[in-house]
Design a protein around this ligand. Sequence first.
Ligand SMILES: Cc1cc2nc3c(=O)[nH]c(=O)nc-3n(C[C@H](O)[C@H](O)[C@H](O)COP(=O)(O)OP(=O)(O)OC[C@H]3O[C@@H](n4cnc5c(N)ncnc54)[C@H](O)[C@@H]3O)c2cc1C
Length: 496
Amino acid sequence: MRKQTSTKNNTQTLVLGAGYAGITTAALLAHEGRNVTVLEAHDTLGGCASFFRRGEYTFDVGATTMSGVLPTQPTGRVFGHLGIMPDLLKQDPGMLVRMPDRDIVRHASQASWIKEMQKHFPVGDQAAFWKEQYRLEHRVWKLVNNQPSLRPTSAIDWLKLMNPGVLAALPLVQGLVRPVATLLARYGVDKDPAFVDFINEQLLISTQNTSERAPFLTSALGLTYPSETYYPIGGMYRPALKLMRHATEHGAQMKFRRVVSSIEQMPSGRWDVSCTNGEQFETDTVVSSIPIWNMNDLTRGKQASYFDKMARTNAQSWCAFTMYFALDGIPKLSSQYVQLFLDKKIPGIRSASVFLSFSHPDDRQRAPLGHTAVTVSTHTLSEDWKGLTADEHDHKKRQIMDAVLECIGRRMHECDGMLPLHVQGGTPKTWVTYTRRYEGYVGGLPHDISRPMIFMPPNKTPFRGLYMIGDSVFPGQGTSAVMLGAWNTVNRIFAE
Ligand SMILES: Cc1cc2nc3c(=O)[nH]c(=O)nc-3n(C[C@H](O)[C@H](O)[C@H](O)COP(=O)(O)OP(=O)(O)OC[C@H]3O[C@@H](n4cnc5c(N)ncnc54)[C@H](O)[C@@H]3O)c2cc1C
């Protein structure tokens, strides 16, 4: 039962959650003079892109790479619009991919990258395959960037989409229902199983799906993103902190340690939002970044049925297994990001690789001189962690951590002689604790040919004044995508 309070806080717009989606929305709304309050359950910002400190080290909890930062892309457009300059270091190479038998250097330049692919996988027409990826990527950004009516929810939205830009892009629609495997076959590059393994692991970390099911249109963004990958100095939360400061300088109120427990529409049409500490808020507009899987528990009646349906139709999501440790040295690496293929299967890990993010040697906000902070992440499923006692859970976590550390110790010779310090792990249970995401579902909805992007849960709900943002709704996962969703949603709010 809810605690009674004597007064309700009134605010024009209530943003739920201070991850990248919520904080971008708050900054954009406040920038336009809108009265905004943000409610965040945790004691700090960032959500899946947050941080924690151990000793003298700052660890990214999940997300580590910034992308989409060019002025024509979603992250770049938000920062440019608000006049914010985050401290980012372009990574070139964007990534090192260490396969069991070869190292692949993910050069930023298209020409060098194609040469690298031809060297390692001399099958089919690698040049044509990659040129197609870049062409598709370019067209997708051009298409989605200026269409706030995406994803359409009404006849008016559809009408707004009947513009020359969208009509010219209609042939691209097939790329939402056809998998990457189609293009692999078209260019004959699928003849080498090692290349398909390489593509699958790249897709898994970007679209959350593999080549048989990932739509080739959105996958082009995933396969080309390492060409424009940026390391955020100080940690992934730092650009979000700049957004938060911009929001508060423009009057937004940030309220941390506020766990939203109910969202109800009153007969007047206004919204009543309650927190577990008894605080109540009344508002015209709620913009929620709380994932769709959690929303039915917070709503009632028609709204609960709506979110229940959304959660059932989009029931599948990945969870993350994460590890954090410091090194008493600086590995000599060409990129701060390494996708390390596992050469032995680790039970409980559903991916064939782990993603290692090393703090930059000059980044004193992350680690003291001569030391490095490392975040490791990979895919797991909630079912892998069900029905375990606390001891069994901890034992399983320990076993995975030992296996991952053993693999890193053996295969990352750049770390030879360095001692791992402050080693700790994160399971879906940890993610539930810190982000409250149902079942620890993170990374957003996998892009899948059975659910073209255009049918992902929309930002505008059927309930006047209630909007959804974040990686469980259109346009999906990643900080850049949730910033695009925030941008579109803010445009909609002002247009209505
Ligand atoms: C391991 C991992 C690695 C990743 N790597 C990258 C990467 O390198 N680059 C990239 O761009 N993306 C990456 N991603 C994806 C990216 O982090 C997310 O898609 C994005 O940060 C999601 O932002 P969000 O605001 O939608 O959700 P969240 O970050 O989950 O934010 C939602 C916020 O809502 C709060 N909240 C939840 N319930 C309540 C409640 N009841 N009341 C109040 N507040 C509540 C949470 O505390 C949280 O702060 C990664 C994700 C993971 C898990």
